[in-house]
Structure formats: C-alpha cells, structure tokens
Write a protein that binds this ligand. Structure first.
Ligand SMILES: Nc1ncnc2c1ncn2[C@@H]1O[C@H](COP(=O)(O)OP(=O)(O)OP(=O)(O)O)[C@@H](O)[C@H]1O
Length: 619
C-alpha cells in the first residue's frame, strides 16, 4: 500500500504486512517490534491503546487468507493453559487488500528447541514439558480438533516452564472449511509426518480416482510429538521407517546417541514413533498420565542435565552483522523488499545478541562420553562439592592459624550464623561427608541474573582473621562462603504489587490451595506421593479462588530449597483471561513449606499441593 506522505515522512512509503515498522497502527494496536515470520504470517509484539499489555499480532501475508479464520474459530473452541489464547481478530486494510490478523496472548520465552539449547534441561524438565504438550493436545482432541503441525517451532516455553502450543492455522475440526485440495496431504512439516502419511502420499498420484484427503488422525499427531521430543533429546530427527519389518529399536538408538536419557523416557519416544498407529499411545491424555506417573517415581538420574556445556568463541560479532545491513536511500519500487530485509537483519542481530549470552551445549561430548559418575551425583555438583570441601578445610585451617596469630578476640562476640542451623545432616548423600561438619551448606546457588533473587552473599565466615591470611585464602573462603545462602533476604512488597492486590480485593494473609508446580503431576491420591523441586523459577496454579482471584490463576515465582523448609515467593499472577498483576505471595506460611524426608540438596521432595498466602512483606 502507498501511504500519502505526512509532514514527518520524506516520501511515499510502501507498507508490507511482513515488515511493519515499530509505531505502525493496526486498528487499535500499536506495533512494538517484529517477532518473526512463517510461511503464512508475520508476528508482531503489539500493545493496545487502552491497556498497557503486550500481545502478539499475527498478520496474514495474503489478503483474505482462510487459515486465519480457521485458526480463530479453533482458538474460540479451545480454552486451555497449554493453548495460546485468542484476544481479538481484525483486518488490516492496505489499499484494496484486506489482510486478516489475530491478536493472541503474548507468550514470553522461546521456542522449545531454543529453550532447550539455552537451558540444558534434565529429563525431568523434558518429561514435564512432554506431559504439558500432551495435555494441551488432549484438550484439543476432546473437542475434535487436530493441530496437524505439531513441532518444536510451534511450541513456546515460558521462563517459568509453562508450555504453550501455537500456530493452529493448519488445524482440522469437523466444521472447518478444507484448505487442501483433494488427494493431497494436509499442511504440515516434512520430518513430522507419520509413515502412514508418507506412504499415502507416495500412492496418491497413482490413485487418480481418489478424491478424499489423507485421513489425519490422533495417531499422526502423536507421531509428530515423538519426532519433536526425539529431536529435543538427541538433536536429530528419527529415521523414517516405511515398513513394519524394519522398525528399529528407537529407544536403544536414542540412548546410544544420548546415554543421559532415562530408559522410560526413551521408551515413550519409541512408542510414539511406532510404525503401527495402534502401537502408539491410545490418546494424548493416556500419554500425559503415564509420563506424570513415571515422573513422580523417577530417580536422581532424571535430574542430570541432558547435555554437556561448551563456551565457544563467537563466529561473528554484533558489529559485523550490523555493518552488513544495507542502510541509506531506497530506490523507488524497492521499499518493501528493503524494509523486509532490514527487519530480517534486525531480527538476526537481536538473535545473535542473545546467542552470545547463552552457553552452548555440546552434544558430541554426550555421545562420546557416557556418564560414568554415579547417577545420584551429577558431575557438576559432585565437582562443586569437593571444591567446597577443599576450600572449607583450608578455611578452617586458616581460621585456626589466624586466631593463633591474632590472639584472643576483641569486641562483641560474632552471632552464630543461621547457616549453621540450616546445614543439612539428614540426606543420605551428606551422611558421613566432611561437608556436614563444616560451617557451610552445600545448597545450590540461586540462579544468577534472576530478577527475583534478593539474596546477597553477605555472610561473614571468619570473625577475625589476619589480613594477609585473608588475602591468601580469599579464593578458598569465597568458595566456602558462596554456598551459605539458603533463604532470601526479607524484602518489602513493592507498592505497585500492594496496589494491584488492593484492586483485586486480596486481604492480607488470605490463603489459597495451589498445585505447586504445573509441570509436574498433581495426583495426590497415590500413597507416598511426592514431586521433586529444585531452586529456581516455579509456576504454581491456584486450585480455588482467593478473593477476586479466580481458580486456575497461574502464580509465577521462585523457590529456595536450601533450608529446613522450602521457601517460595510469588511476584506475578496471570488470571485465566490472560491479565497479569504484580503481587506478593509466599509459599506455605511464614516458615515456608515442609520437605519430605529423604530430600537431598538439589533433589528436594515435596507434596504436589500446598498453599499460597498474601503478604505485605517477604519474611
Ligand atoms: N503468541 C505468541 N507469542 C509470542 N511469540 C509468538 C506467538 N505466536 C508466534 N510467535 C512467534 O513468532 C514467530 C513466527 O511465528 P509463526 O507461527 O508465524 O511462524 P513459524 O511457526 O515460524 O512458521 P510457520 O507458520 O510457517 O510454521 C515464531 O518465532 C513464534 O514463536
């Protein structure tokens, strides 16, 4: 579309739906940035004029694209935390052309494969995501909706672990208008197609009388789930098997490629990729239940990161990438193409910026170096423990030496540090370990850079020590002291959170029953039922309403597991209609939430259900 020049624009500007600049108005939405684009549409982060929230606006590349209407109808049918929520629909007019658009909940985080590359997840994390994906598909299948383009690129994982299935444009449901011509495969992505679909397409051209489309079923969808998680676990697609007789033992090859994949997880992938549709799980719900059941009884080998880490030199710099961009005057008729190229370049630069800050996984290490350490003691933690023990022993020695040199202490006595009361003595991994005798805990460090971390390494380990000895042993003492933070510092609830809680009618100390971790099973009817949690972000779910906060509100926060009890703080909630509010909630009560016996550092067992309480300060 050619827009009339305005006072601020030097000449006519061609607007392409694939490259709307920041600030463009699309009806009541203002474009903030371009997120990315696919074959049929480009997605922008937008804000509405009235509210401050961000949304994702997906704008069609072709005027009147029927996929958009189909996607909108489907999303109207589906209301599930694992399915992206539809906020509004509309049409962007450019000249005589009308491009449909959808305004969707803006799902922060990254696509499944990017998330895995950045986080190096454990088998427990992956199983949690597999169960979430299966529940989302189950909700759709119950409504007779098939996604038909399930793949890692169409799944986004939020920082706190919620998985959301996006891109329902290729879906099928009984009342959806066909978008594929007869005797053709439905839209989808090559490597995710089931053997039956491939065989069908190979035979279709010869069957000229054939007029029906491929009968895509739940079994095809489950095959795509298998391909997605196969790729996640071993970074390659499974071999395509077109004949039952040659079916490989996928679980064996998968574990040969990555020995850190626990046997049950490998067997599910094998089941999902079975040649015969009837050998795959009967439904997505069955799969989700099985995964959650196994997850609840999983051992410590499920808590080992699935890949090694490698910090490699960057192959290009941001500056070189930026220099490549073509700036300068635009020749008439090339505006749209150039704007598009610039937007793509900007996206690449942004991606590269992110990339440089992400540690990269080395998959080859996993293939060539099967795990040799005992499963209960993952490599990094194991090494970290001995470093701390060595540091601690040096520290004790230097304390003794320092006291000898310094003579009797002056001034007020040093208060006993809470860490000493909180040091673990119960876990089997600690029993008899020199670490338990030392004045520091082996608890994991809070995640660096996490905005919620209020923890400050302030503990003083040595009351009086000769200065030069302090300097000489700084490295050892830092190492020893750095493990001492087992709970965050007390903090006031920010005023905007107090205000939003007032607006939500939340009374101080109001409590609600919560599912502790939405990524893990919640079936507490089983005996000895527990889930495993570790330090870091967590998403919990409100089971019933608290004041005006409805059931199924998601609570975003983080937990600390280093103390006698689990400490948790929630600072943001998202209601089922997608609205977000800052809040201050604590997990359990002022003292935290109890752990189950047998918990160890980094492997804390807890009941899947607890309470969250409204507070005006974090204790
Ligand atoms: N609701 C959303 N919130 C945040 N990001 C989104 C949302 N929907 C899509 N995206 C992101 O926008 C980008 C483009 O998405 P889109 O679905 O158009 O393309 P695609 O999945 O890459 O391609 P295709 O549609 O051809 O499969 C992707 O990075 C996707 O993760």
């Amino acid at each position: 579309m050619r827009l009339e020049p305005s006072a601020s624009s030097p000449g006519p500007l061609v607007m392409s739906p694939q490259a709307l600049p920041a600030g463009t108005r699309v009806e009541r939405w203002r474009v903030e940035r371009r997120i990315g684009g696919g074959g049929n549409g480009t997605v922008y982060e937008v804000r509405s004029r009235s509210e401050g929230h961000s949304y994702a606006l997906k704008l069609a590349h072709s005027p009147g694209d029927p996929r958009f209407q189909r996607e909108a109808r489907t999303l109207h049918l589906l209301r599930h935390p694992g399915v992206v929520r539809l906020q509004a629909t509309g049409t962007w007019r450019a000249g005589t052309a009308a491009y449909p658009y959808l305004v969707l909940e803006y799902v922060r985080g990254s696509t499944l494969y990017d998330w895995s590359r950045a986080r190096n997840p454990t088998a427990r994390h992956v199983a949690g995501l597999l169960a979430q994906a299966a529940w989302a598909l189950d909700a759709a299948h119950r409504r007779q909706v098939l996604h038909r383009d399930f793949k890692g690129e169409n799944l986004r994982v939020e920082e706190h672990g919620r998985l959301v299935v996006l891109d329902w444009g290729a879906c099928w449901h009984p009342r959806a208008a066909p978008i594929t011509s007869a005797a053709r495969l439905p839209p989808g992505t090559g490597p995710y197609r089931s053997p039956q679909a491939i065989l069908w397409s190979m035979q279709a051209p010869r069957q000229t009388a054939r007029s029906e489309n491929y009968p895509y079923t739940v079994a095809d969808e489950l095959y795509a789930v298998g391909v997605t998680f196969h790729r996640l676990l071993v970074e390659q697609y499974p071999p395509l098997v077109l004949d039952k007789a040659n079916s490989p033992r996928t679980s064996a090859t998968l574990r040969a490629l990555n020995p850190r994949v626990p046997e049950p997880l490998a067997r599910w992938i094998e089941g999902l990729l079975a040649f015969a549709p009837e050998a795959r799980p009967r439904s997505a719900g069955d799969l989700a239940r099985d995964v959650q059941h196994a997850q609840a009884h999983a051992g410590p080998d499920w808590d080992v990161p699935l890949f090694g880490w490698y910090e490699g030199p960057a192959t290009a710099t941001r500056t070189t990438l930026e220099e490549e961009a073509t700036w300068g005057p635009v020749a008439p008729g090339e505006e749209a193409a150039l704007l598009h190229a610039r937007a793509l370049r900007a996206a690449r630069v942004q991606h590269h910026r992110m990339d440089r800050w992400l540690r990269r996984r080395v998959f080859s290490e996993v293939q060539t170096q099967p795990l040799t350490e005992p499963a209960s003691q993952p490599e990094p933690r194991h090494a970290g423990r001995w470093m701390r023990i060595a540091g601690g022993l040096m520290l004790v020695a230097c304390m003794a030496w320092g006291l000898v040199l310094a003579g009797p202490p002056h001034g007020p006595p040093m208060p006993s540090h809470p860490v000493q009361q909180l040091a673990r003595t119960d876990g089997p991994a600690d029993t008899g370990s020199p670490a338990t005798a030392l004045p520091f805990s082996t608890a994991e460090q809070p995640w660096p850079g996490d905005a919620m971390s209020t923890t400050k390494p302030h503990a003083r380990c040595v009351p009086r020590l000769h200065r030069y000895l302090m300097a000489a042993f700084t490295a050892a003492s830092l190492n020893a002291c750095s493990g001492t933070q087992v709970r965050p510092e007390p903090a006031r609830c920010p005023s905007e959170a107090l205000e939003s809680m007032r607006q939500l009618g939340l009374d101080l100390r109001s409590r609600g029953h919560i599912q502790l971790d939405i990524q893990q099973p919640d079936d507490s009817n089983q005996t000895n039922y527990s889930i495993v949690v570790s330090d870091g972000p967590i998403t919990s779910r409100l089971d019933g309403p608290i004041d005006r906060l409805p059931a199924n509100t998601l609570l975003y926060g983080r937990i600390w597991t280093g103390g006698e009890k689990i400490q948790g703080r929630y600072t943001r909630v998202r209601t089922p209609d997608g609205s977000e509010y800052p809040v201050c909630f604590i997990l359990g009560n002022e003292t935290g939430m109890s752990k189950y016996r047998g918990s160890r550092p980094g492997h804390t067992r807890a009941h899947p259900w607890s309470n969250a309480q409204v507070v005006d300060h974090f204790p």
